[in-house]
Design a protein around this ligand. Structure first.
Ligand SMILES: C[S@@+](CC[C@H](N)C(=O)[O-])C[C@H]1O[C@@H](n2cnc3c(N)ncnc32)[C@H](O)[C@@H]1O
Length: 231
């Protein structure tokens, strides 16, 4: 059988180029720049994650929220959110295996092993009745949580799960409760093969419109922490 030139070329390329994580990373990196040019030019630029959280809480006027955090570890960010949003009607839900990452996480310069962030099952001790935790894989806990979900409060989702698979699962499952005005926070958005790619894929599949309210830029961080509002 005589193959078309383009077919032969594709087969050749698929055999010659290495199936490399680094190559994929380099391929995706310019997409972050394109994303910035399209959505980030008018956004507020902040120096740290805490500043971003404070900014978002002021942006929403400290109103009552349903805050869902995916990836809790020892609770640094959920604790901080419960401090800055002191509305009595706010509720804070933290989701994590509490046994660490379910898969290894790779980025260009290294990565983290499966099991990193293991707290040996311990959930953070936060003395605030508004805060509760769901222990287990998001894939196991989120469907049940959503079955009982009835809140009409503003939804703030904080995704700090590092992994593409976990992030994509949360976004696609959470789609039914994400509404106009809901806020999504990412913690490792510059990790282009993971949180960024998952968000791109989610938006492509569901036709989501959004604006970037703010992102961080400092010596240590460029687009790591991003706040996005659903339009
Ligand atoms: C970077 S840590 C979270 C850090 C935390 N937000 C903080 O402020 O310190 C990432 C967490 O995501 C959790 N995680 C990732 N994928 C998960 C999944 N599919 N189900 C449950 N937990 C997951 C890991 O167990 C890990 O504790």
């Amino acid at each position: 059988m005589k193959l078309k030139f383009t077919t032969t070329f594709k087969i050749l390329i698929s055999k010659l180029l290495p199936d490399s994580e680094k190559l994929r990373y380099l391929f995706w990196l310019p997409k972050l720049h394109t994303f910035h040019r399209k959505y980030g030019r008018q956004s507020t630029v902040l120096k740290s994650r805490k500043q971003l959280y404070q900014f978002v809480n002021s942006y929403i006027s400290n109103e009552a929220i349903t805050y869902c955090e995916f990836g809790v570890f020892q609770g640094a960010s959920i604790r901080y959110w419960a401090q800055i949003n002191d509305h009595v009607d706010s509720r804070f839900f933290g989701f994590d295996t509490f046994s660490g990452l379910p898969e290894s996480w790779n980025n260009f310069t290294g990565g983290l092993e499966k099991g990193t962030f293991d707290t040996k099952g311990l959930v953070p001790d936060i003395k605030d009745d508004r805060v509760s935790f769901y222990k287990g894989l998001f894939q196991d806990t989120l469907p049940d949580f959503l079955l009982g979900y009835q809140s009409d409060k503003l939804l703030v989702i904080n995704i700090d799960a590092d992994l593409y698979s976990s992030t994509l699962f949360v976004l696609t499952m959470g789609h039914k409760i994400l509404k106009k005005g809901s806020v999504i926070l990412f913690d490792e958005f510059s990790s282009v093969l993971h949180e960024f790619r998952a968000f791109e894929d989610y938006c492509a599949a569901y036709g989501v419109c959004f604006e970037v309210i703010a992102y961080t830029k400092s010596k240590k961080s460029y687009y790591s922490h991003v706040a996005i509002k659903i339009l």
